[in-house]
Structure formats: C-alpha cells, structure tokens
Design a protein around this ligand. Structure first.
Ligand code: 4NP
Length: 157
C-alpha cells in the first residue's frame, strides 16, 4: 500500500482535482494506494470542491463532489509516503511544517512529469472556467506520471 497526499492552498481547487485524477489513474492501473488531499490554509475546511473544479473534473469523467477540504497537519508526514505540492509556495510551506525525521517524499506534482520539473500548477481560483481546464490538464499529467512511477515500484516489489 502506497499513501499519497496532494496539497494546495485552499484544498478546494487544485488538490481535489489532483486527488480525483490520481484516483482514476490508480484504478485503471489496479494500484494498491490510499489517496487524500489537504490545504496549507484553513479558510475552506469542511467545504466541497469549488463548483468550477467539480465541473472541470466531470468534463473529464471524474466526480469529486464528495470531497471535503481539510488542513494539512504535521502527522500527515508520517501517514503518507508521498506529500505532493501543487505549487512552489505550497512546497515551501510543507517543507517548513515537515517534522525533521520525516521519511515522506515531498515534491512538486509536476516534478514527476519529464521536462516539467520545478513547475507549478497555476491557481485557477481567481480565473475563468478555462483556467480550471488548464489546471485539470496539468494535474492529470502529474497524477498519471506519479501513478506510473508507483506502478513500476510496486511491480518491482
Ligand atoms: P486551491 O485554490 O489552492 O487550488 O484550492 C484556492 C482556493 C481558495 C483560495 C485560494 C486558492 N482562497 O484564497 O480562498
């Protein structure tokens, strides 16, 4: 079992999209994984994903309506094998929160996509519907790449 946590700022746009995209790819690949998402901020705790994020996911056949936002906590670094930041601010916040002896792999989502290392998934919150489709395309690329990496690791034992 591999545990993966996706983290953005509000946990209502990008990280729920990443969670949905990763869950879908993990199912297609038959991976043994646990998936969750969280925000570095607490403004939206308990809220469902932004309706524009829900719509973008549905346009791609993925239903994220049941997700609820929560804030990331220090013990997430013990519970999850991969803690995956959506942008560089999220990554810096996670590195500051990470307990010193944590073994969790902490990185950007797009670090898993060859040629896109170091890149952020842009925050669509203040954007238009098209920005949510761009966010979906980015998180889907990252989620597929991470799922294939985990599949390769699981098959090599
Ligand atoms: P997310 O987008 O980090 O992708 O969930 C945001 C959601 C809410 C806010 C900012 C970004 N906010 O400022 O409330």
């Amino acid at each position: 079992m591999v545990r993966v946590l996706f983290v953005c700022l509000g946990n209502i746009c990008r990280s729920p999209l990443a969670e949905g995209a990763f869950r879908a790819e993990a199912e297609r690949l038959g991976l043994d994984v646990e998936v969750d998402s969280a925000g570095t901020g607490d403004w939206h705790v308990g809220h469902p994903p932004d309706h524009r994020a829900q719509a973008a996911a549905l346009r791609n056949g993925v239903d994220i309506a049941g997700l609820r936002a929560r804030q990331v906590r220090p013990d997430d670094f013990a519970r999850f094998d991969y803690v995956v930041a959506l942008d560089t601010h999220n990554l810096a916040d996670l590195l500051a929160l990470r307990p010193v002896h944590s073994q969790a792999h902490v990185s950007l989502l797009l670090d898993f996509v060859p040629g896109r290392e170091g890149q952020a998934v842009a925050d669509p919150y203040y954007g238009k519907d098209g920005d949510f489709d761009i966010a979906w395309a980015d998180v889907d690329a990252g989620a597929r790449a991470l799922a294939h990496k985990i599949a390769a690791l699981q098959s090599s034992g």
